[in-house]
Design a protein around this ligand. Structure first.
Ligand code: B12
Ligand code: SF4
Length: 577
């Protein structure tokens, strides 16, 4: 790795806010929240209001030898203030619907910091001719760590260091903040080899998988280090298809079992990989939330990953094991018509998962679908990129859904799911309860199984921690069905896990109060919430007293006799909000 006496000064920035508002740079549907954007948006007060950090920026900063500042969720003014500080390089991370923000930021850099080189990265970099559309010096297409190291003249093959990061900035449901330490982020790798025709992530990384943590042992050691550093055993796993490498996932489970170290995970995986790994193994691994792409009902129009599988049975089995499921579906696919689209909506709602993501089919640059539609002259290239977010308008000419027809269907679908299946937090409480009962029974049959018993106990605790919110669900229910369900479930939990204790009663009262306050807040100020700006400064490793990037090594799991060295990167970070 090249080291210099005067390290480069780099700014890595997310696009500026406000987000999810109709203005010159964005649309109100393009919300900076995973669930409220595309999953629980129709669920009123009970919609999940979770804000996540821009993870890629921290990974880049932790893996180059330079003075790096990460500017997450700035305002336009805050960005201008920062670039005036005199950077050698300004990196802008953006996705397609934020193209116009990235373009404006590049303009501002040329204006206020003409000495700085402008580097673009993130999924927006896949836009055709982006280097001509935005005034910049270089574009990172695909995996960014190796790219940035190469750009800086550093060793692209140096080991990738996984920083310890909290996954979410804030998490509230019915205005009730989720208690306990927020989950940590775990990024086992980027990309997916399946290459489903529409999939932006798979195609952006060249339909290959770039592992950051290639073996079960590396996963385990990294998870131990992060859990020890952050004091949380809970992980949000950012990997498009975590179970695809079955051997790695099984080895990871074996490491956990051998060291008796229990973690919990929220993961993304395709149905065929879930089936191959096995539902009981998932429960043993500690998966509590699983995102799977069901896409549509028709086998003919579906993708290889879903061939021959029965998603309804799989989802029932997963929920019986305490694993909440997000089933995602695509609306206004090419085979859809106003006559048959309802069949797919009914199918997705009928799966009875904990939540459903409905997304419009959006051919995004670099995907096979995009190229195909481009050849057929179907793409609406005059539609501004701000509208390519998948929650309102189609970006291609679909003869069956002209004008704003697509919006009607997506709204109908979300509403139908809510009315038929109730709020997601009700469903997740039910899943936790079902899992606690199933695993407790399993762990007691035949040879007793301490691992499953441990999982059953953590599901029992999760059920009790969610249970107080059922009071708010009942009070603000969408219909009588939900009101009755919330009452019944609260009663069942009391019977199964003992009479209601004082803290549960207090929890119910608190959840009612917080929900009432949240209702007033939404009435007075509207539905939008904005993430806080965060600035994190990383001193160049070659300047930091604690050592160089090359010295970075994974810590050993707790209990191992080898002494855990402190890492250079962890020691050289300072953060301010
Ligand atoms: C987390 C996430 C979010 C978070 C964003 C949090 C945030 N602070 O930005 C939330 C949930 C809010 C979100 C919202 C949306 N998202 Co989103 N999101 C993701 C997700 C799941 C993970 C991204 C991630 O962190 N990956 C892990 C990191 C390590 O990888 P990375 O970000 O790709 O970064 C690497 C490289 O890209 C590169 N890189 C990135 N930036 C830069 C910058 C520079 C300078 C350089 C050199 C390199 C570089 O280096 C990094 C290391 O290799 C991806 C899917 C995925 N698995 O990638 C979708 C994804 C990025 N989202 C997408 C979209 C479209 C959206 C939404 C419009 C909703 C939607 N319709 O799906 C909204 C938009 C919100 C808004 N107002 O901007 C698309 C983007 C498609 C595209 N081609 O542009 C993706 C790919 C999902 C998809 N549909 O396929 N999202
Ligand atoms: S399985 Fe999922 S992540 Fe992989 S290519 Fe298909 S849609 Fe993308």
């Amino acid at each position: 790795m090249k080291t210099t006496t005067s390290p480069q000064k780099i700014l890595l920035s997310a696009v500026f806010g406000p987000y999810g508002v109709d203005d010159a740079y964005g649309r109100k549907e393009n919300i900076m929240e995973l669930f409220h954007n595309q999953v629980t948006k129709a669920q009123g007060l009970g919609s999940f209001r979770f804000l996540h950090w821009s993870f890629g920026l921290y990974f880049l900063a932790a893996n180059v030898d330079a003075d790096v500042t990460v500017l997450d969720f700035p305002s336009r003014q805050r960005f201008i203030r920062e670039i005036k500080k005199g950077y050698d390089i300004v990196g802008i991370s953006f996705i397609t619907p934020n193209f116009i923000k990235a373009k404006e930021m590049a303009r501002l850099v040329r204006l206020h910091a003409p000495q700085a080189k402008i580097v673009l990265g993130g999924h927006g970099a896949a836009i055709e001719d982006v280097e001509k559309l935005i005034d910049c010096d270089a574009v990172a297409k695909g995996e960014g760590i190796r790219w940035l190291r190469t750009y800086l003249g550093q060793d692209p093959e140096a080991p990738v260091f996984h920083p310890a990061l909290r996954s979410a900035q804030s998490m509230k449901i019915f205005g009730v903040p989720l208690l306990g330490k927020a989950a940590s982020l775990l990024v086992p790798g980027l990309g997916c080899v399946n290459g489903c025709k529409f999939c932006s992530t798979s195609h952006f990384f060249g339909r290959t998988y770039t592992p950051y943590l290639a073996t079960g042992q590396e996963l385990f050691e990294t998870a131990c280090r992060i859990a020890d550093e952050r004091g949380s055993e809970d992980f949000f796993v950012m990997d498009e298809n975590f179970l695809k490498d079955r051997t790695r996932a099984m080895d990871f489970l074996h490491e956990m079992e051998a060291h008796k170290r229990f973690f919990e995970f929220s993961i993304f995986s395709s149905a065929e990989a879930i089936q191959a790994f096995g539902v009981e193994n998932l429960a043993r691994l500690g998966v509590k939330f699983l995102w799977m792409g069901v896409e549509c009902k028709s086998q003919a129009e579906n993708f290889e990953k879903n061939r021959g599988l029965d998603p309804k049975a799989l989802i029932r089995d997963l929920r019986d094991h305490g694993i909440s499921v997000l089933a995602s579906g695509i609306l206004c696919m090419e085979h859809h018509t106003p006559d048959n689209i309802q069949i797919d909506i009914d199918h997705l709602v009928g799966l009875e998962s904990d939540c459903v993501q409905f997304m419009l089919l959006i051919p995004l640059p670099v995907t096979e679908l995009y190229r195909d539609q481009q050849k057929r002259g179907l793409l609406k290239m005059d539609l501004p990129f701000e509208d390519w977010h998948g929650q309102k308008t189609l970006n291609f000419n679909h003869p069956q859904f002209p004008g704003d027809a697509a919006e009607h269907w997506i709204k109908t679908a979300f509403r139908q799911d809510y009315e038929a299946n109730s709020t997601t937090i009700y469903r997740m409480t039910e899943t936790a309860y079902r899992g606690a009962v199933t695993l407790a029974a399993k762990s007691e049959t035949g040879d007793s199984d301490p691992w499953l018993a441990e999982r059953a106990e953590s599901l029992r605790k999760r059920t009790l921690s969610y249970a107080p919110i059922l009071a708010a669900v009942e009070k603000h229910a969408v219909n009588e069905l939900e009101r009755q369900r919330a009452r019944d479930l609260a009663r069942k939990i009391d019977v199964a896990f003992g009479p209601r204790q004082l803290f549960v009663r207090l929890g119910r009262a608190a959840s009612l109060l917080l929900a009432a306050a949240w209702k007033l807040r939404l009435r007075a100020f509207g539905d939008g919430i904005q993430p806080r700006t965060k600035v994190t400064r990383y001193a160049a490793a070659s300047r930091a007293k604690s050592g160089r990037m090359a010295n970075i090594v994974s810590l050993r799991p707790a209990g191992d006799e080898a002494e855990a060295p402190r890492t250079a990167v962890a020691a050289r970070v300072s953060t301010s909000l």
